[in-house]
Design a protein around this ligand. Structure first.
Ligand code: HEM
Length: 145
């Protein structure tokens, strides 16, 4: 069975970070991802107009998440991602669009489909957990507006 470290999900034979091209590779991926967010009619309005800080945070987070140095935690503290997304209304369409764009951006950087699948398997459930808006049922943790 695959051994998992806590937040970073390390303990892979070849660390995911390395297979993704290290911090530079993740940087290129995040740039592409945020360029897509900036052009997306559903997601762009949810983000600040200037995406510089968001890009930087996402890069730091992914480097850490995929097994690298604790760039995000050391600067911003524990991620508590669901809490940090509480001001953003995220329903199923927003979640699915986020996943689609992050994977499209990855496909422009990474040729190996198995590696892309692995990333999707890591991010998918976390993206599910960011959903905080259920139009037809009460969210168990947050009240809908
Ligand atoms: C695997 C799932 C996700 C991860 C790892 C992730 C990661 C992050 C991180 C690290 C931040 C910066 C938090 C901070 O320090 O303030 C952030 C912010 C944000 N995320 Fe996500 N996110 C995920 C899913 C989503 C989804 C599904 C949406 C839907 C639209 C979304 C929209 C946003 C927005 C709007 C911000 C705020 C940007 C800002 O104010 O600078 N995220 N996300």
């Amino acid at each position: 069975m695959e051994k998992r470290d806590t937040a970073a999900g390390q303990a892979h034979e070849t660390p995911l970070l390395e297979r993704l091209g290290g911090s530079e590779g993740i940087g290129r991926w995040v740039q592409r991802f945020y360029d897509k967010i900036a052009r997306d009619p559903l997601l762009a309005p949810l983000f600040p107009p200037d995406l510089t800080a968001s890009r930087e945070k996402q890069h730091a987070y992914f480097v850490e998440f995929f097994g690298g140095p604790r760039l995000y935690s050391e600067t911003y503290g524990r991620p508590f991602l669901r809490f940090r997304h509480r001001h953003v209304r995220i329903g199923r369409p927003e979640r699915d669009t986020w996943m689609r764009l992050v994977m499209e951006a990855l496909a422009e950087e990474v040729d190996d489909p198995a590696l892309r699948d692995e990333v999707a398997r890591r991010l998918g459930p976390m993206a599910d957990a960011m959903i905080n808006h259920h139009p037809d049922k009460q969210d168990p943790y947050f009240f809908n507006a």
